[in-house]
Design a protein around this ligand. Sequence first.
Ligand SMILES: [Zn+2]
Length: 455
Amino acid sequence: MRYSNRHLRVLTLAWFVFLLAGISARAQAPRYDLILKGGHVLDPANQVDAEMDVAISGGKIAAIEKDIPAADAGKVVDVRGLTVTPGLVDIHVHVSNGGAPLDWFEPSAVAHTPPFGVPADLFLTWGVTTAVDAGSSGADTFLGLKQSVIDHSKVRVMAFLNIVADGMNGGLEQVVDQMNVERCAATIQQYQPYIVGVKTAHYWTEKPWDEFHPPWAAVDRAVECGRRAHVPVMVDFWPRPPERSYDELILSKLRPGDIHTHVFAQQFPILLENGKLNPILLEARQRGVIFDVGHGGGSFWFRNAVPAVEQGFLPDSISTDAHLESIIGRAVTMINVMSKFLAMGVPLEEVVRRSTVNPAREINRPDLGTLSVGAPADIAVLDVLHGNFSYMDDGFARMNGNVELLDRMTIVGGRIVYDPSGLSMVEWRKAPKQYFTPPKHGADPPSRADKYPRQ
Ligand SMILES: [Zn+2]
């Protein structure tokens, strides 16, 4: 077919109209997807502690400035009176079928162990946007964790790999042959970036030593795997001096960057008999050993934590050791554990530092736990409540205090994934027509008040 002049004129006109429409659409497209307006931004990684607006674009932090114009965003959320922090990073959790059964020391544990891990996306309700499973799985079982949890979660899930190939939940934690350094290191290399370190736990805590159970087998092999794979080791430990002492663990066995979790558990000599802080803690810290909370259902005692904090010894990172028993029986959540440290008098900035940038660096992910421009837009919007509150520890003792954190909103990669107070939503009477329109078939059209991505 040949075009006549008239055809060409019409086509040219159509082309110009199309071009102009494109230009004006671009001109009208907002500069940012979302602005959180008027909150108190607390970002220890960047020394920000001030009232600021946070702008998000393409899933990343685009700007942190005072008074970003509301007209620049597709959506604006008023967060005045609330504290805006990087999404919390909890480096000791158990998800899905992982986790420590109550009878974890017994080879027969698997026979009567219900799933002990927490559904991963539950962490989003605590402001946690990165959760690290601490050794629920090993070389033989990691793929199951990846396929059943990591690949499907909204929360970012990573893992410390158990030095025991079978992991934590199959009753093989006492079998030294399971602690295969080569397979551990090869699995970590195969599944980067999901595996961030090695975990050892629960090894030979009661029974007499024998030829099949050398005192340091689990720690030595975990550290050797960490050395080969160039990742840190997280240690859950039970001192049994003189053969296996806490001093030797933190002053000799652990390398700089290795992590002692459960630091305020009942079994550690945090205080000397005169009540003073045990100087080995500072000596180990000087060496670069990291101390992590790992509260859990049996690893946090006020009698250790409060005097240590009063004497200036703060853990490097705050973590929950969340599993089904600790979140129900002990009500342990990330914001609950953080609240306990606030109640001990630790400033909010230091609590947030130990729940964001510090743990992110411990797992070699400095891009997380920060609101740096260009970083993934992982954000928690916290309410710092003041009143009469109290808190429990794992020895079933209470501490009174006057502050508690509540998570009001959680954002992962720029998506609002948790907003129970509807801070980002329109008051229902003012919702657009589509909200009031019953769908004809299925969910089409969806009866929603806006289109901001929330899934
Ligand atoms: Zn644990």
